[in-house]
Ligand binder design. Structure first.
Ligand SMILES: O=C(O)CCC(=O)C(=O)O
Ligand SMILES: [Fe+2]
Length: 221
């Protein structure tokens, strides 16, 4: 299951964070530096170099995700352990690949892409996620993000004009299994919706208890 997060960043945040990174022309290096041998075969992009600007951006993006109403219910995050800022210029792409299952001691359960460039400012550059139902192409407004299972094959279509700037990151979830995460997410959203209908406390309490007890059964701390 894939989820779209609207307005993770406000337009002002997007302008500020893009300025922070993109103002420094020496701030990017070849993306192959952070790819394993298999991904290196298909990866052609640039990534922001380590430094205080990247650290500041990572902190702001992490806080923005944690504030978002759908992020925690969907991802049940244990940690957001890795974040890259990637840039694709014309001719660049990231061919079909799967991300590493374990990175620096963390199990990668979910991946996200937070779009920073306006979709009409570049051609191509869709994130294409391979699922059982076929391919899903995602190209979002600046400040919007998509969160998807790290286990999915995916690629970034070639950028043919303009420039695509995005933040990509990986999350270890308290819940290893996607089907269990989906049950908790559905329950959470149902309880919130029921609450809006002035449902009796006895019903809400029983559902909240069920959600808490499922989380207790499934959470890995
Ligand atoms: O830029 C994206 O949307 C995804 C990039 C990607 O697949 C990766 O960095 O592993
Ligand atoms: Fe990837």
């Amino acid at each position: 299951m894939t989820v779209l997060l609207d307005q993770v960043l406000t337009p002002d945040d997007v302008t500020r964070l893009t300025g922070l990174i993109a103002s420094d022309s020496a701030a990017f290096e070849d993306g192959k530096a952070t790819a394993g041998w298999a991904a290196k075969r298909v990866k052609s992009n640039e990534q922001a170099k380590a430094g205080p600007k990247l650290d500041a951006l990572r902190r702001d993006v992490r806080l923005a995700l944690e504030r978002h109403v759908l992020f925690a219910p969907y991802a049940q995050p244990k940690s957001i352990f890795r974040m890259l800022v990637s840039r694709y210029k014309p001719g660049m792409e990231y061919g079909l690949h799967v991300d590493d299952a374990v990175m620096s001691g963390h199990r990668a359960d979910l991946s996200f892409t937070l779009f920073l460039s306006a979709p009409d400012s570049y051609q191509g550059g869709e994130l294409i996620i391979d699922g059982l139902e076929g391919e899903t192409a995602v190209k979002l407004e600046p400040g919007q993000a998509v969160v998807y299972p790290t286990g999915a094959l995916h690629r970034v279509a070639q950028v043919t004009s303009g420039e695509r700037l995005a933040v990509v990151g990986w999350i270890q979830s308290l819940i290893r299994r996607g089907d269990q995460r989906e049950i908790l997410f559905d329950l959470d959203q149902t309880i919130r919706a029921l609450n809006e209908t002035q449902a009796p406390d006895a019903i809400l309490d029983r559902l909240l208890k069920t959600k808490a007890n499922l989380l207790r059964q499934w959470a890995e701390l």
